[in-house]
Design a protein around this ligand. Structure first.
Ligand code: ATP
Ligand code: MG
Length: 250
């Protein structure tokens, strides 16, 4: 598959802290690409740069072969990249469909007035959720009635709403139990099955090994090693992260 997103030598300092010291990653179209590494390795900083939340000090981002400059989250979204941050930013008191359309509500004109088109939003929400979690059918349910895995489905539906072709998930299973984790991994698989490119940040090596096509491990703001296909077992990954080297696993 062609390269969808490529970063070249991304550097980012926060004051005196060198968070990224030359990160280069090629994310291939239609693949699930995991970014791993120990606490403080620079994973979230890297994702914030792809999401337009932070700007790199140096380095280049190329999307579909064209250099891009994301000076805002909106610029990243417009380039087809939707990021689901770890805190999700869902509104628990609001309904599923309101969450999916937050900031991008559908409207209709009635006698010259612009009114919210709730039926259209509910219908569209059913369509998005059906792709991800067919067990959720009531779009009027409040998000605070949902499980953690179901909330992830709502957050991912919002990404689908933006027609993103790349979805970034930062630690989507961090707070979840075993069954819910399985649900979220299924969500990740269904994103891939629908042709999306997925970037997954995770501490959970089992999860990464279960779904990723390719993995980049970061260490102190640099690439440590890139792995693909057959190299991906939880033991292997832990070895690379703990040993701090790119040596092959024996
Ligand atoms: N806003 C900030 N101001 C100052 N330093 C920061 C800021 N954000 C991150 N850092 C520092 O940059 C480095 C990389 O942090 P980052 O959050 O990207 O790592 P991470 O790999 O996501 O870690 P974790 O696994 O703990 O989430 C760390 O040393 C961190 O303390
Ligand atoms: Mg982080």
């Amino acid at each position: 598959m062609p390269v969808k997103i490529s970063t070249r030598n991304i550097f980012k300092n926060y004051g005196a802290v060198e968070a990224l010291k030359g990160v280069s990653v090629d994310v291939h179209e239609g693949e699930i690409h995991a970014i791993c590494g120990d606490n403080g390795a620079g994973k979230s900083t890297f994702i914030k740069i792809l999401a337009g939340v932070e700007q790199p000090d140096r380095g280049e981002i190329v999307v579909d072969g064209k250099p891009v400059h994301f000076d805002s989250p909106h610029a990243s979204l417009t380039a087809g990249i939707a990021t689901i941050h770890q805190d999700l930013a869902v509104a628990p008191e609001m309904t599923i469909y309101q969450n999916i359309f937050m900031g991008a509500e559908l409207t209709r004109n009635v006698l010259g007035l612009r009114l919210l088109d709730k039926p259209a939003m509910r219908r569209a929400a059913v369509g998005y959720m059906a792709q991800l979690n067919p067990s959720i059918t009531d779009m009027n349910a409040k998000v605070n009635e949902l499980s953690g895995g179901q909330r992830q489905a709502v957050a991912i539906s919002r990404a689908l709403r933006w027609n993103a072709d790349t979805v970034i998930l930062d630690e989507p299973t961090a707070a979840l139990g075993v069954r819910e984790t399985e649900q979220v991994l299924d969500l990740v698989r269904s994103l891939k099955a629908s042709g999306k490119t997925v970037i997954l940040i995770s501490h959970a090596m089992q999860d990464v090994a279960a779904v990723a096509d390719r993995i980049s491990i970061l260490r102190t703001g640099k690439n440590q090693i890139d792995l693909e296909g057959g190299d991906l077992t939880a033991d292997n990954l832990s070895h690379y992260i703990l040993s701090g080297t790119g040596d092959r696993f024996h």
